[in-house]
Design a protein around this ligand. Structure first.
Ligand code: HEM
Ligand SMILES: *[C@@H]1O[C@H](CO)[C@@H](O)[C@H](O)[C@H]1NC(C)=O
Ligand SMILES: *[C@@H]1O[C@H](CO)[C@@H](O)[C@H](O)[C@H]1NC(C)=O
Ligand SMILES: *[C@@H]1O[C@H](CO)[C@@H](O)[C@H](O)[C@H]1NC(C)=O
Ligand SMILES: CC(=O)N[C@H]1CO[C@H](CO)[C@@H](O)[C@@H]1O
Length: 275
């Protein structure tokens, strides 16, 4: 059984990476969406209008992921954050953020696996995604470590402020922009600080890569725009008139994403970063 399931997940991984690379090529060969037309018809957020924001209520389930929480806060995922199917997560993330279908399958499948559930028939609550050292890891940008703050469902406003203040870039209109070196610096500071303040601190290359991957979405899907990241990270709320900044027809592929993630991770210098 164990062997069979290992073989089948190796097969799925090879399949997903091949599929992803196919989409990467297709994106080069097809016209991108026009700005203003990224979110498909019939999906929430089409035509730059998002469903109403309602902050989480007592008892609602929320995760360590700001963007999934924002989807629940706007009712794109169930507002109580409970009993969501992995397949629904796939579809909604694709429509909302224009991630490639390969990515939108891969991450929910990975989550179903670590929760020991079936991707095809299983359900989950958002808070369950915060299982420590599955995807959730120490030294996040918007949350203190789980050993210090067990409820990973809420952003820490001081950490969010610290991150947004790192932005050194400028949009053509002068508004602030988060750059690759800014993000590397912010991650360095968090890793150094978390190591000092959390006796149970752990880090490894896998989680560092995924930490960089998770935060690199701020540069790709959000184009680094601080004015958009601020409501998303501080209140887990979609900005007015927002749409994904990735216009590619088949969405942001893992292959393309690697071009952002690797420079961010290699730019992280935990030894020399200033406190
Ligand atoms: C597809 C399903 C997704 C799952 C299961 C998921 C899960 C998670 C989890 C568990 C974390 C916490 C990691 C940590 O400890 O820092 C996280 C962080 C993060 N996620 Fe997601 N996520 C998903 C989709 C997305 C999407 C679509 C975006 C962006 C549009 C996104 C952006 C982020 C960012 C920026 C962080 C880092 C927050 C921080 O460092 O504090 N995620 N995600
Ligand atoms: C969860 O949703 C399924 C349908 O997707 C439903 O059959 C089931 O009763 C729900 N469970 C709970 C606890 O609400
Ligand atoms: C999933 O199953 C494995 C192996 O039986 C076990 O070690 C792990 O704790 C389980 N995870 C969850 C989230 O139940
Ligand atoms: C992205 O880069 C990582 C690390 O080099 C590699 O393991 C992974 O296969 C790459 N993914 C794709 C889709 O190219
Ligand atoms: C959006 C994003 O990049 N999410 C990643 C967060 O980290 C997990 C694993 O640690 C990845 O599976 C996700 O792809």
């Amino acid at each position: 059984m164990a062997i069979l399931s290992k073989i089948s997940s190796a097969f799925i991984n090879v399949f997903v990476l091949t599929w992803d690379f196919g989409l990467f090529i297709l994106n080069l060969l097809t016209f991108s969406h026009k700005p203003g037309h990224v979110v498909p018809p019939h999906a929430a957020g089409h035509g730059l209008t998002w469903p109403e924001y309602v902050p989480p209520k007592e008892g609602d389930s929320r995760s360590a992921c700001p963007m999934l929480n924002a989807m629940a806060n706007h009712g794109i995922l169930p507002h109580d954050g409970k009993n969501i199917t992995f397949k629904e997560l796939n579809t909604k993330v694709r429509q909302t953020f224009n991630f490639a279908p390969s990515f939108c399958f891969f991450v929910p499948k990975f989550s179903a696996d670590f929760l020991n559930r079936s991707y095809w028939s299983g359900h989950f609550d958002l808070a369950e995604l915060s299982l420590h050292n599955a995807i959730e890891h120490d030294a996040s940008l918007t949350r203190h470590d789980a050993a210090l703050v067990p409820d990973q469902g809420k952003p820490d406003s001081q950490l969010v402020d610290d991150l947004l203040k790192e932005a050194t870039g400028k949009m053509p209109d002068g508004s602030p922009l988060l750059t690759i070196p800014d993000l590397s610096r912010a991650l360095s500071k968090r890793r150094i600080d978390a190591r000092k303040t959390n006796a149970a601190y752990s880090e490894n290359l896998f989680h560092n890569m995924f930490g960089s991957a998770n935060s690199s979405t701020m540069l790709t899907i959000f184009g680094g725009r601080i004015n958009d990241l601020k409501p998303m990270l501080a209140e887990e709320r979609f900005p007015e008139d927002w749409e994904p900044r990735i216009l590619a027809r088949y969405g942001l592929t893992m292959a393309k994403f690697n071009g952002t993630v690797l420079p961010v991770e290699f730019g992280v210098k935990t030894k020399v970063a200033k406190q």
